[in-house]
Design a protein around this ligand. Sequence first.
Ligand SMILES: Cc1cc2nc3c(=O)[nH]c(=O)nc-3n(C[C@H](O)[C@H](O)[C@H](O)COP(=O)(O)O)c2cc1C
Length: 148
Amino acid sequence: MVAIAFYSITGQTERFIEKLQLPAHQIDDANPKYDMGEHYILIVPAYQDFMMDSVVDFLTYIDNKKNIIGIIGCGNRNFNDLFAQTAKKIAATLKVPILYLLEFSGTSEDVKNVRKIVQDLSAGESTKTVQKPKELRGNISFLSDFRD
Ligand SMILES: Cc1cc2nc3c(=O)[nH]c(=O)nc-3n(C[C@H](O)[C@H](O)[C@H](O)COP(=O)(O)O)c2cc1C
């Protein structure tokens, strides 16, 4: 099974991971520098950049930037254009795909879809069978908002 790393500040993403029932490494504020040492998916909530220092420390540690194969973004759609802003920024910066977006700790549908994505990636298949959230369908011009 492809590895998972995640970050959580108020516990919503952590609850989503518990519902997934898949092994995952939690990025720890006290010791964010952890070497994944293999391909992995990153699951991150969305906050202003200054709140994501631990994620940046994690990503820039050893080969973590190289080993990331996809990102799943969590957030709150009430933030409109800033929905899942952290996942969008990391995806644009590291040029890795956003595989899925969800709100808070995810619905049962989100759990099912993300489990399918992880299983498909683990089997070396594409993730096209899961319909993407509306923000990821059609053009991806929103990413241009986050390019430097
Ligand atoms: C101070 C603060 C800022 C936030 N900023 C955003 C944001 O820019 N975009 C977004 O989609 N959600 C935003 N959220 C919502 C969180 O990303 C969302 O609740 C997420 O599920 C929290 O995950 P966590 O509990 O694992 O930290 C914000 C929440 C807080 C409290």
